[in-house]
Write a protein that binds this ligand. Sequence first.
Ligand code: HDE
Length: 702
Amino acid sequence: MTKGKTKTPAKAKQRKPGIVPTVSVGTGGEWHQSATGDQGGLTTNQGLGISDNQNSLKANPRGATLLEDFILREKITHFDHERIPERIVHARGTGVHGFFELTKSLGKYTTAKVLTEVGEQTQVFTRISTVAGGSGSADTPRDVRGFAVKFYTKEGNWDLVGNNVPVFFIQDAIKFPDLVHAIKMEPDRGFPQAATAHDTFWDYISMTPESMHMVMWIMSDRTLPRSLRMIEGFGVHSFRLLNAAGDSTFVKFHWRPKLGLQATIWDETVKIAGADPDFHRRDMFEAISAGAFPEWELAVQLFSEDDAEAFPFDHLDATKLIPEELVPLQVIGRMVLNRWPDNFFAETEQVAFCPSHIVPGMDFSNDPLLQGRLFSYLDTQLSRLGSPNFHQIPVNAPKCPFANHQRDGHMQMAQPTGRVSYEPNTLAPDSPREQPVIGFHSAAAGETGAKGRIRAERFADHYSQARQFYRSQTSFEQAHLASALVFELSKVEHPHIREAMVGHLRHIDEDLAQRVASALGMAELPPAPAAAVAVQEFAPSPALQLIGKMKDTLEGRVIGLLVADGSDPDSIDAVTEAVIAAGARVKMVALNIGDAKLADGSRLKIDGQLAGTPSVLFDAVAVILSEEAAALLSKEAAAMDFVRDAFGHLKAMGVDKGGDALLKKAGIKPDAGVMAIGALERFVAAAKTRQWQREASVRTLA
Ligand code: HDE
């Protein structure tokens, strides 16, 4: 038998020892050897060879450090300035390179080559982020995920800067600073970090009825992704496509993960934050290193101005979505992420996305949120990256030629030649000129009506799609959503805020309001606020479920095997083989790291020590133990937690006799999701999903 079949992630690309990269100024990120130091030697930023990198210059062996030590000062000064301002939102992110391949031409609707040249591969850089927390916060708070893709097209960079939720909190950009201030740490106390469960957030939301649809999404399991590889992405706003005749069609963009959607259970999420704050980043890193490249389909919803008129909502309102049942999705391509950045700071931190980066054949809609974003991103990059030349940073630079007469500024890396820096000119016939035919054109959209600080009338319906979302969910998802509201509102100190929120819920669904009110200990339902317009009854949309979008696969999943000295090698082998054949990875967990000595005397490599490798890190578990080991582990709190949590988090569990004994000690009453290790097919099938029916037996949900 083969032991320890765990696929160890391939070693990340490493530079040869001894070849020390030095500066990269003006070289587009290529490293080169020092000019004056020894070959491959350490130098200052001026190329001066460094003779001693361990001792600063002292007046005598026990004397003061001298101000003269310019080498020490250069090194410390550079270090002191290593951080740049983090993003005010979306500070915590994971970035990966890859490509986009078009599979269906949209030539009828657009001239954009990235959407018309079937088979063409366009390089991309994708950054997936949380919104609320700082750059050092954990990966797994309840939060929307940003989903930003930079396409380096032949016609310039196109940034599709979306989220993993198709709607947003507000309808107008002027509200964004207030919304973000309300979400972030409260300014007097500096907490909570990366959490909406506090007074200022819910105070603001309770005063903002347009947020109610988004509230349904963020309280659903969509904001607890199992992996960044298992989330959808949405462009959120309507954009326009323009064809050669100048005709315009509205478009919404959707990313759909090949691995399907998968979420964690709230209690599990909380524990993951402690067990591995980098859970999502590590998962992506390991997947890329192992060659398991995540993939998404790009799909579009296309519709005309007339179609839009007939919708029972306004598509320019970012708190609304267009149900897939109303305008079906057309898959037009795929994105594969296949290369981890060489350097986190240079690429993931310095990448600058701007929704204003579009290419000829595309245009914006009048969505007032999008219109504000068109200003905000360029502005924020200027303060974050400190210079109008941020487009020269390799990760931001277009991969097609680009040229204009913009000059100078902080950190100018290019060295333009010649005496002409203006257009038109007669002095430099080869200098860049306007491109009237293939250059960017805006849609010739007519604008009428009086100027004013106005909200379109049809934006006033705040509850209909919130109701549609809630009523489209399975009963399990509804219970999670109701319980999430209870958790969040229970952290709110001011009763009037809780009551105002429950009042809003009454417009969405009386039963939901009642469930939340009861769990919050309210004697009676608070009054509902006046709604601006009557709530419309929309047909349920199953596409809004997360459970409905899970896939029947084990790919991308990790199964944990709890083993010990004396475990049965054949059982370990059988589970490992079945699980790997189904596309998952396996990790061995034992009381101690190193090797376990199995019943036949062979040795098995252990991947994780029990105390640091709880079952929350796995999608399903198998417990394979000798009876002596089971007795020993029953005195080990981490082992008890391992099985109790796996059970409580609705995971499939495979057990042998010893495993079964451990479960008994832990007080677990086995159900259909707990099976003898021999029932491999059943185990693999159950590991693909959660044991939803078990939930009522392990948790009181609202
Ligand atoms: Fe952003 N948003 N946003 N946003 N956003 C930023 O730009 C802003 C909104 C989104 O991985 C900032 O570079 C305004 C919606 C993503 O680097 C900033 C408004 C959607 C990222 C900014 C919105 C997004 C950002 C902060 C309301 C989904 C991370 C740092 C009008 C469609 C990109 C930065 C990355 C980042 C402004 C609302 C997505 C401040 C004013 C809606 C994925 O410019």
